[in-house]
Design a protein around this ligand. Sequence first.
Ligand code: BG6
Ligand code: MG
Length: 218
Amino acid sequence: PIKACLFDLDGVLVDTAVYHFKAWRQLAQSLGIDFTEHDNERLKGVSRVRSLEIILEIGGKTLPQEQILALCEQKNSEYLLDVAKMTPEEILPGVVDFLQALKAEGLKIALGSASKNAQLILERTQLLPYFEAIIDGRHVVNGKPDPEVFLKGAEALGVLPEECVVFEDALAGVEAAKNGGMLCVGVGQPEVLTLADIVVKDLTEMSVERLHSLAQKG
Ligand code: BG6
Ligand code: MG
């Protein structure tokens, strides 16, 4: 039986991709790199440092590690200016209804995100009270597709991996869930999230019934 749901943050609960893109694009420009919206897809689910490494790869540049860390700090300061202005209106469709339904049925809820800003974003959008555990970029050594973030989430909730369903919009995140032995609902396009057990457009398509039927199928 399913006992818990583990949610990715960016792209599943809130759409912060536009703010990440804005801040990375500005930084890339200052380095003379043309970073496009298409390139931005590659940064989904990927850590901050790894994101900058990808941008440098695109621009054919290399930088010393200390400069990479300084630039990441600089990008994050820009990003936080937008996060500070976030409101509950930026929660994606279906999210609040589904979280409330899970709570009503006694299912456990945790966050499994690569972001070091996860707690702050949950606070800004007033989603924090729904989460019994928050595992994010501050708690993991190995980023997605390593299952660490979700395994730690299951552990924090006191449930087994096979009792969890993960919600993910990034391919690396779906891989992380499957690597951890968990069921996974992809949020986005079926052509991209091929490894997910089912794919939904957004959480308006989810219900507690559909969650349980997922376990029966598998
Ligand atoms: C993920 C995003 O959730 O968090 C990535 O999909 C982002 O795009 C990563 O790079 C790290 O976020 P932050 O907030 O720690 O810079
Ligand atoms: Mg995501």
